[in-house]
Design a protein around this ligand. Sequence first.
Ligand code: CJB
Length: 801
Amino acid sequence: MTEHTSPETSVASFRSSLLKHLQFTAGKDPKHSTVFDWRIALSHTLRDHAVDPWFASTRRTWDEDRKRVYYLSMEFLIGRLTEDLAINLGLRDIAAEALESLGVDFETVASEEPDAALGNGGLGRLAACYLESMATVGCPAYGYGLRYEHGLFEQSFKDGRQQENPENWLAHGNPWDYARPETVYGVGFGGDVYEENGVLRWQPGTHVQAQAFDSPVVGYGGKWANTLRLWAATPNADLFDLGRFNSGDFAAAAEPEALARSLSRVLYPNDTTDGGKQLRLSQEYFLTSASVQDIVRRHLVNHDSLENLDAHVAIQMNDTHPAIAGPELIRILVDEHGFDFDRATDLSTLVLGYTNHTLLPEALERWTVGLMRNVLPRHLQIIERLDQKFVELQAGSHHPARLISGDQVNMGDLAFTTSHRVNGVSALHTELVRTELFPAHDALHPDRIVNITNGITPRRWLKLANPALADLITKTIGEGWETDLDRLRELEAHADDPAFLNAFAQTKLAAKERFSQWLKEEHDLDLPTNALVDSQVKRMHEYKRQLLNILWTIAHYQRIKRDPNAGWVPRVKIFAGKAAPSYHTAKDIIKLINDVAEVVNNDPETQHLLRIVFPPNYNVTMAEKLIPASDLSEQISTAGMEASGTGNMKFALNGALTIGTLDGANVEIREHVGADNFFLFGLTTEEVAQRRSQRGHSRAAIEKSQALQDILQAVAEGTFSPDEPYRFGQLVDNMWNSDWFLVASDFDDYDRAQQEVEEAYRDTARWNRMAVLNIARMGYFSSDRSVREYMTEVWGVESAL
Ligand code: CJB
């Protein structure tokens, strides 16, 4: 196969492919082509280059009868693909030169691509990083997901409040995927279960067709490529009621069709909360059933039976969303292939793995038995039987854990019992999964829970996002770090070299200028490039504590006002992130940040020392510009609540220092980069639990902190909302009287750590040294490492490279 595409591809041949696609795919001549037309030509040219490695990898997997990984995820937060694919194929510079020779700018064309926002946040972006890493390390794999017509809503601000606008990434088609009209499966819903010759049969009430759309996923260097297969709901032709249509009732005729289509129409905008809607369960089953049917069909192409399924198939469930995979596989084995129930259960368990991404109770999916019976009656029977077996296994326990408790089906418990490995996503999180979430399961299966700390792909999050820093690294330690991130350690030898530190500072400045220009063009926002850039970007959630950050910003503002000449470090506070549309407190916090920004940014006394920037519609593309431009990374969640975090890794890899709590992967980041190079504050997980049990803890903490009292008073008095003084009454009241997330308890220590940040930043050489040591020691957090751990500890799959 082609080792690497670039040597054989010249600028001239790339240019002629571009022109060919411009003419025959976009149907335009160069004189009249728009940026859109060029993008179509560019993406098709790049896609052509993906096909060779894709076919070669697929063929080898078949020929060598290799075990495949199937990564089932309701979310793949991919972002743009043009530059990513160009880099992985080794064609980035060739493409740019070819375009330039035609008078067209690569970045302009690549920026025309809409973000594929098929995910909410960390969980979906992790799936995208893992797909890229699986291809890079040569792990034969399929990603299975849904081809949502509308990805995550677009956020805008109206009077500082979040508005949700529909997202329309598919409006002009998707040049990356190939429709597979021949690959369709019927997915059943509802109906009845009846017995036939002693065998149970499910007769669904309706069927919806799942049609596959495939995109190649090419690893770095183009040595291996996998498939991302997304399912679109296409209604059965018989759902369209021709009789009704002919009799003139057009809307009614289309109704069943519309219902079927709704299965892949929109991504649920909830992050770590459970929407609890029937449509959501139906979407989850739609993804799972189509994927499992496809997996079984592929296995039977060159095997006589399903007996050896575990030797050839590893299915990974990304959180509980596809947790119906266990019952679905058991159903297919028992009802359609005559397996004995116990054998089917054992076999499914050997095939399946489950990744838990959160301990938050509101995110642990539970469906009522009634809903389950309506939507998936046969699966409910299977779950009941699994529950019985589970209770028997816990013989002697007075309070056995249950898959069904009361009228609730617990999808986490179901996922656990049907998997041979269950993993958390950071060391701390995994420990809490073991002790807090699944202690009964863990007692029965002490080897089942393993930790696999999350990772991020250095191709997108360093090479693509931060070209200046990537070039400096390559100049300093040579190539190869892209696929062997531990090699960044070699930078440590340069951490005391003033010339190198200066060169690093130049890359940071270049990234700030780039982001500043982008913010101006896209959002008409001003970002000074001579300030400490202090960023908190992630979904808006109380446990992530954007509130702590904005309250501290108010304190900082008040202090600058009191003593403007105290030698303050100029700072820009960046916030970005979306709130779930029904999450009112998170939306109030957005409004508070925007209101504070309005006052602070218009204060002529402080403008040069403090700014707040909150660009709307945070997405992968914004992250790629914002993260490299940042100096300080805010990872300030209440200890024990953030499963891992992956933004924390992206910032540190790009030379931002972290101010953070001992939560999620922060703990391991700090261990790797060194305690001296990390601004730690806050209660530990145990202290959090203890503090929460103390009555009146928030009142006591506020009464101890003069700074916090001043801030809360200013907010309560309407200093930032003069048009509506009591706008934030509830937020303030909650701080005094409840404060589940311990903002008050952690405030003073956070303040102390921020003063240390201030001091460290004044010593430019010291700061840059710390930043370089962060970069040098982040190798562990490559998603290549994470994927390799899954391969050995969960999937039992070998690299094909
Ligand atoms: N996470 O993004 C989500 N959505 C969920 O529904 C549950 C968890 C996040 O997953 C990331 C990837 O594992 C974690 O880094 C993050 O801590 C977690 O909140």
